[in-house]
Design a protein around this ligand. Structure first.
Ligand code: ATP
Length: 757
């Protein structure tokens, strides 16, 4: 047995927990009106996921919960659990990744409803979604159309249904609903794929202009990269040569500076060591000279004094020797002797000559003053002479005078010798002075020469300073060029610069000429201007963005391709599913027709009955009968397949279903229902008073068919019909207890038969 039990708790009239076990092929539920039999059938519908409140005879969840009685309080929730045998592992999920294990011998499905209308579902105690319950049941051919649960008064439901709904029931009964699900699922996916494709196409359209813009930018970046490459080459040469130039020239100018400094130092040393004019010596010599001259003058004066004295002596001697001249004292004009005159004249002449021989004013003044004194003295002597008694020649006196004269001559001689010495000293002194002057002149000449040389060195230093400043300015612009170059093409420029320094330090060839460097510099400037015009920077950001955008576009393109592939795969799958469904449906209908014909003929004792598949063109937007699937059909006109029922009663011409009697409708429905169940037996069938309209003869036939059908499906029949009851092995009696709630009573096979009779 597949269906093992059902347990109701707080469901409708079942206030207390009640369990029905289904251990026999046919279980009959019996009891008086209003005892709660149909509530059991609804409990089966409910637990299998029924969503229509109408089918459960309620308006909301609260109607399903035991409302209580005078004796019993109301329940807070209603729960039903149905248990299946799974020892043959017949259950499985078709499209669930659900973490529920089905590896059990029993599978129980529970549903609870709360007063607020909320529902919970669980499989073997694990809470799941309704979808999972539906999915699980589909695997054992229990579809959602509920064709296997025939509620009270719904025996002819299959006759009343539209041809389309009938088709759905038949598909469900044939176990083809799974194809419908898969078709719907694939169509939903296809639709979603189409939406995704549109979205992807729209994104691609949106980013296309941006890609175009970025592409142009990238072209600019590439151009600027080429320019940078070129610049890099020029820089390598330029900076290398420039650094080499700076090294060489710095070295040369440093050397030159050292040479000039040394030269200047040596010239200054030479200048400092030149003999200088010694004023002390000169002053000493001058003092010495004037002292000698002074001594000379003294000697001369002394000598002149002695000469005068000598003259007087000689004059006196002459006078003593000469005849006596009487002189008239009173005479105005006295006669002066010849020797007196001669002496006087000599003296005057010698004084004048001395004055003439001297160049110094002082000497001349001294001589003239002596001359004046001599003349004054002479006048005074004149009077003395006048008073001299012109006596006779006194020889003693003459001798005495002669002695005096000789002494004076000797003194004069000595004085002359001293004068000679003085002259000699003056000559030596002059010689010395002259010699000093020669030295001084030589020294001056040397000084001028050195000063000339110093001037030259200074001028060289001046030029050197100019060159140094020029080199310094080259160095500064080189450094700023290196800085700028490093921002333009990177730090490798430092290596270029160092290469030049190193090459020169290792004594390589002289650097390139300035004109070549200038030409390179002009080329560099031109590239810099071009780079500035491009205004792209290093472009890394643009390249990154371009690559990312292209990557994204390529990704979208691939995605579009994938979507197109999956779209066509889905389309193919849908077509295949539809084909399979079509084929299997047709085959199923054929099989049902065979059984239908048999059951129908059996029920009516002849006649014909069959199903035909019809295709209708229907204007329809929404398929309301598949609420659970949420299906929406957008087509205004859809080709719709339906199933029509054709009957032909024996001995009657009536063919229209509407014209059949209640019993005939029930019999036809039962024949079709049983035919459907025969072709693809469901695990169980619940029949709630399907036999209500049958007469005794037909009740027997119905009972036979039940027994036949119970070989394939478990049957739970709610009935008041004794014939039907007699076919069941177990009867469940339902009564309303003293507490106002439904109560179950199990009656065994023997008791059942007795009860049935
Ligand atoms: P019949 O033979 O006449 O068809 P039945 O045995 O099938 O009768 P049901 O239709 O199953 O009877 O039961 C209906 C009874 O259940 C009613 O008496 C109704 O009051 C009771 N009932 C329905 N819903 C609830 C509820 N929520 N709480 C309590 N009782 C309820």
């Amino acid at each position: 047995m597949t269906l093992k039990s059902i347990e109701l708790s707080g469901f409708k009239s079942f206030g207390k927990k009640s369990t029905l076990s289904f251990n026999t092929p046919i279980t009959s539920v019996v009891g008086p009106n209003g005892s709660g039999k149909s509530n059991i059938v609804e409990a089966v519908r409910f637990v299998l996921g029924e969503q229509s409140m109408k089918s459960l005879r309620g308006k909301g969840g609260v109607d399903l919960i035991f409302k209580g009685s005078k004796m019993m309080p109301s329940a807070s929730r209603a729960s039903v659990t149905i248990t299946f045998d799974n020892s043959k592992k017949i259950f499985n999920f078709t499209n669930s990744g659900l973490g529920v294990s089905l590896d059990y011998d029993e599978i129980s499905i529970s549903r609870e409803v709360f007063a607020d209308g909320g529902n919970t579902y669980s499989i073997n105690g694990t809470e799941v979604r309704l979808k999972d319950v539906v999915d699980l049941l589909a695997s054992v051919n229990i579809g959602s159309s509920g064709h296997h649960i025939i509620s009270q008064g719904e025996a002819d439901r299959v006759l009343n249904a539209s041809s389309k709904d009938r088709r759905a029931m038949i598909e469900d009964a044939l176990g083809l609903k799974v194809y419908q699900y898969r078709i719907k699922e694939s169509e939903r996916k296809l639709e979603k794929t189409a939406i995704n494709m549109k979205e992807v196409q729209s994104i691609r359209r949106e980013i296309a202009p941006h890609i175009l813009f970025l592409k142009k930018q990238v072209e600019k970046v590439e151009k600027s990269h080429a320019l940078r490459e070129e610049l890099n080459g020029y820089y390598e040469t330029y900076l290398g040569a420039e650094s080499a130039y700076i090294t060489t020239n710095t070295r040369a100018l440093t050397h030159k500076r050292r040479m000039l400094d040394e030269k200047m130092l040596s010239l200054e040393e030479r200048l400092a060591n030149l003999p200088v004019y010694n004023t002390e010596n000169a002053n000493r010599e001058s003092v010495e000279r004037s002292e000698i001259i002074k001594e000379e003058n003294r000697i001369r004066r002394a000598s002149e004094e002695l000469s005068r004295t000598l003259g007087r002596l000689e004059g006196m001697m002459d006078a003593l020797k000469a005849p006596k001249i009487v002189e008239n004292k009173k005479e105005e004009n006295r006669v002066i002797s010849f020797s007196e005159w001669s002496n006087l004249l000599d003296k005057c002449l010698s004084q004048i000559e001395l004055a003439l021989s001297s160049s110094e004013k002082e000497s001349i003044f001294s001589v003239l003053s002596n001359l004046k004194n001599d003349l004054i003295h002479m006048r005074s002597n004149e009077s003395k002479i006048e008073n001299v008694e012109t006596n006779d020649v006194n020889t003693d006196r003459i001798n005495e005078l002669e002695n005096q004269r000789q002494n004076i001559l000797n003194e004069i001689k000595e004085l002359e010798s001293e004068a000679d010495k003085c002259r000699e000293a003056l000559r030596v002194l002059d010689l010395k002075t002259k010699e000093s002057e020669v030295h001084l002149r030589d020294s001056e000449r040397m000084r001028y020469e050195i000063l000339g040389e110093k001037n030259e060195v200074s001028s060289d230093m001046h030029s050197l300073k100019y060159e140094e400043e020029k080199l310094e300015s080259i160095k500064l612009s080189f450094e700023s060029e290196v800085r700028e170059a490093s921002t333009l093409i990177g730090m490798q420029v430092l290596t270029y610069a160092q290469n030049g320094f190193k090459a020169q330090a290792e004594g390589e060839d002289a650097p390139a000429s300035r004109s070549i460097q200038e030409e390179l510099r002009r080329k560099i400037e031109r590239i810099k201007i071009k780079l500035e015009d491009a205004g792209i920077g290093n472009g890394a950001e643009i390249l990154k963005e371009y690559n990312e955008t292209i990557e994204r576009d390529q990704f979208l393109e691939r995605e579009l391709g994938d979507l197109a592939t999956s779209s066509s795969t889905l389309q193919n799958l849908i077509n295949e599913l539809k084909d399979t469904l079509d084929t299997e449906f047709k085959e199923g209908v054929n099989k049902i027709n065979t059984e239908f014909q048999n059951f129908f003929a059996l029920m009516f004792g002849g006649g014909n009955a069959n199903l035909t598949v019809v295709v209708e063109q229907k204007r329809q937007k929404k398929d309301e009968d598949v609420e659970m699937e949420g299906e929406v059909e957008d087509e205004e006109f859809a080709l719709e397949k339906g199933v029509d029922i054709n009957v032909s009663l024996p001995h009657k011409k009536v063919k229209d279903l509407h014209m059949l009697s209640g019993g005939e409708r029930s019999l036809t429905s039962i024949a079709l229902l049983f035919a459907m169940s025969q072709v693809n037996p469901p695990p169980f069938l619940v029949l709630d008073e399907t036999d209500a309209a049958l007469d005794e003869a037909n009740s027997r036939k119905y009972g036979d068919m039940l027994e036949n059908l119970s070989k394939f499906s478990q049957l739970i029949v709610v009935t008041h019909n004794r014939e039907t009851m007699s076919r069941a092995e177990v009867l469940y009696g339902v009564t309303v207890g003293a507490d106002g709630a439904s109560k179950l009573l199990s009656i065994s096979l023997v008791d059942a038969n007795a009860y049935a009779k």
